[in-house]
Design a protein around this ligand. Structure first.
Ligand code: SAM
Ligand code: SF4
Ligand code: F3S
Length: 441
């Protein structure tokens, strides 16, 4: 009999990739996915530790599950992801309802952990073992590919920015073998994937001997079925000339570069241990623009980092005005346990909020202006699926903007010309040009 697993995912795209691979794995021991967690025999929470009360959110979520299952047989409760890694056995002590705690580098052991589990023997798996993990996962068939699929090529981080938990939760930098990645890309292409998004905490630090991210992209570019390639997240320190250079010839690399800068002030960048200056960042920006002026940048910003003064904040605003980032993320600094910045003096809440509002006003306006400039234009969109209400189709522009489309289902999985009629800050609205022509004819 099939067991049912409910998987809830928080955090970044790598967690989404991981949740899909976890599902591919547990399928081997008879689990099928359910969207209704009250039906689950196994409840898996894939957690994120990057900001705020991440840990508390997990306990709160378990509280909800406990309530729902009060009068039913308890499901197997598994905590995976970055909170699991950071908290490990502490979680089992604090919340006896949790059965297994498994960190991101131990997912290859998940089936054994589930099968060996007894109520007397709680299990905690949080050793770093990226090599075995990816070797194991590469032998498991991917079932969860879509028109646009993630592919993790690099995991972990050695940069130790003072605010960030990732080096502690994902472990040291590890690059998967080149061939293993290309095999996975080919497999995804055979399964119908049209767009591959290469993932890594420092994706442009990818290295297998002499082979780098630029080599990987060139190799994937040769796969006929793959029409679009993206990569995220890059670090400015690793934005090398060979990577920038491939934008000269590429037909498939999308023209949006996500390159987090965090702050526009050299002083704050130094306090954060980011290891680059604004001048260096702008130099990278100019190199891209020189190759292709339609390339746009998006970024992550941390607002009100300890030590950020009004002048530093103004420098962040100046940078945003200069680069005109589209689709950026911005958050107030959140002290994280175990990081260098954990105990630094935080900036007054009201000042922090005011600065965040100011930054977001400009970032959102850039986004809106960009979308408005596309109204009445025809753009290429990769159609991914139907919307939840099944009334329209959902796709993405070359710049990753969501597009809601009037069109028929047979467009799913294709790159289609869409005439944009309308837009708001986050979404473009339009119709499929060719289908309209056919219907009129
Ligand atoms: N590796 C990427 C880089 O170096 O830019 C970022 C990875 S991190 C998963 C994603 C984003 O979370 C960061 O770019 C940063 O803006 C934000 N972030 C990380 N730690 C934070 C903290 N303590 N407080 C607020 N935002 C944080
Ligand atoms: Fe975190 Fe910095 Fe590493 Fe990015 S580069 S994952 S922000 S430590
Ligand atoms: Fe969160 Fe871990 Fe990703 S902390 S952002 S899930 S690497």
């Amino acid at each position: 009999m099939n067991q049912k697993i409910f998987i809830k995912t928080f955090g970044c795209q790598m967690n989404e990739y991981d949740s899909n691979r976890i599902y591919d794995t547990v399928k081997k021991i008879g689990y099928v996915k359910t969207d209704r967690y009250e039906d689950a025999n196994c409840y898996l929470l894939n957690t994120c530790h990057i900001r705020d009360k991440a840990k508390e959110k997990v306990y709160h979520e378990i509280g909800r599950v406990k309530k729902i299952f009060r009068s039913k047989k308890k499901p197997l409760v598994i905590i995976a992801g970055c909170v699991a890694q950071a908290e490990n056995e502490e979680m089992l002590k604090r919340e006896p309802y949790i059965d297994l705690v498994i960190g991101p580098q131990a997912y290859h052991k998940i089936n054994d952990s589930i099968l060996n589990y007894t109520y007397r023997k709680k299990i905690e798996e949080t050793n770093f073992d990226a090599v075995s993990k990816f070797e194991y996962l590469s032998r498991i068939k991917i079932q969860s590919s879509k028109s646009s699929s993630f592919l993790t090529i690099q995991e972990g981080c050695d940069k130790f920015c003072h605010f960030c938990v990732v080096p502690y939760t994902r472990g040291p930098e590890y690059s998967r073998p080149f061939k293993q990645i290309i095999d996975e890309a080919k497999y995804l292409a055979d399964q119908g994937t049209k767009e591959i998004i290469l993932l890594g905490q420092n994706v442009n630090a990818y290295k297998d001997g002499n082979l780098k991210l630029s080599n990987l992209i060139s190799e994937i570019e040769k796969l006929d079925e793959i029409k679009r390639i993206r990569y995220t997240t890059s670090h400015p320190r690793d934005m090398s000339d060979d990577l920038i250079g491939i934008y000269k010839d590429t037909k498939k690399l999308m023209p949006l570069v996500h390159l987090p800068v965090q702050s526009g002030s050299d002083k704050v960048l130094k306090l954060m241990n980011r290891k680059h200056t604004i001048k260096e960042y702008l130099k990278i920006y100019e190199k891209f623009k020189k190759i292709n002026s339609s390339i746009e940048f998006s970024s992550d910003f941390i607002i009100a980092y300890p030590g950020e003064e009004e002048q530093d904040f103004r420098e962040t605003l100046d940078l945003i005005k200069e680069v005109k980032f589209i689709n950026s993320f911005s958050f107030i600094f959140s002290p994280r346990p175990g990081t260098v910045a954990e105990n630094l003096e935080i900036i007054d809440k009201n000042i922090s909020k005011k600065r965040l509002n100011t930054v977001q006003e400009i970032l959102f306006k850039n986004q809106l202006d960009k979308n408005k400039s596309l109204e009445s234009n025809t753009i290429d969109v990769l159609v991914e699926n139907k919307t939840k209400d099944e009334k329209r189709l959902f796709g993405r522009s070359e710049y990753m903007t969501s597009v809601l489309i009037d069109g028929d289902d047979d467009l799913i999985g294709k790159i289609v010309k869409i005439k944009i009629l309308n837009s708001n800050q986050n979404t473009l609205f339009g119709y499929a040009v060719d289908q309209k022509k056919l219907k009129v004819a």
